[in-house]
Design a protein around this ligand. Structure first.
Ligand SMILES: [Zn+2]
Length: 235
């Protein structure tokens, strides 16, 4: 009787607060999860953090002296990671950002080569964009990472001082030109002898992160910079 009552109560509660998997829409999932078990099991892991040097790592390191570059998952536009990224970026779902961060943190905590990281640095958003969205999704991801992988978050190592217009319609060269002098490092002395990990949602061309790292190396040559994103999308 008690069990029946409990089920009845839960189904009423579910009617008021529907809880669905953000990828497939099923309502069969634990209360504290955003993805159901089958969707979680099908996540497209890259294994970049536990493997050897990756193609993307070599490609980016050829342009900017990054130490490590990696993503936890492949970015497939039909897959669960895409739904979670859309939810945090365009639907105001902050919990999805933390959840993505926890998934990334789980990958990072398995990685021997990432253990030397001293600080998590969320990719900064310009203050105007942040005010419009209400938050920086990269910071939510960094907070999720921290819940799983205990590294300090550095909030003021890098600032975004120029608000660039949307990048998606520009070609690679103009995107790169557009990114020059966008970032500033207000306290270079704080970064000396540190190994910082730039954190973002999706890695595509890496142009924004290159520009950010370039600003860091110019201000403080005596530090290491690595990159970790939740997902990796090929151009
Ligand atoms: Zn699902």
């Amino acid at each position: 009787m008690l069990a029946q009552l409990k089920t009845y109560y839960q189904s009423i509660l579910h009617g008021f607060f529907p809880h669905h998997c953000l990828a497939c829409g099923t309502d069969v999932l634990p209360q504290n999860q955003l993805l159901c078990l089958p969707c979680t099991q099908q996540l497209p892991h890259t294994h970049f953090f536990v493997g050897n040097t990756t193609a993307i790592e070599m490609q980016l390191a050829a342009r900017v002296p990054f130490t490590h570059v990696g993503s936890a998952f492949y970015y497939d536009k039909t897959a669960a990671i895409h739904h979670l990224v859309e939810a945090v970026k365009y639907k105001g779902n902050k919990a999805a950002g933390i959840y993505l961060g926890k998934l990334l943190g789980a990958s990072l905590s398995q990685s021997a080569k990432m253990q030397a990281i001293t600080h998590l640095v969320p990719m900064p958003l310009h203050i105007k964009k942040q005010q419009k969205r209400g938050y920086n999704q990269a910071l939510l991801i960094a907070e999720g990472v921290q819940q799983v992988w205990r590294k300090p978050i550095a909030y003021n190592f890098v600032l975004r001082t120029v608000n660039t217009e949307t990048q998606t319609k520009k070609d690679r060269v103009s995107r790169w030109q557009n990114m020059q002098n966008v970032f500033s490092v207000p306290h270079p002395e704080l970064l000396a002898h540190q190994h910082i990990l730039l954190i973002d949602d999706v890695l595509t061309t890496g142009a924004t992160m290159e520009a950010c790292a370039q600003a860091i190396f110019t201000a403080q040559p005596n530090c290491q910079v690595s990159i970790a994103t939740v997902a990796y999308a090929k151009d």
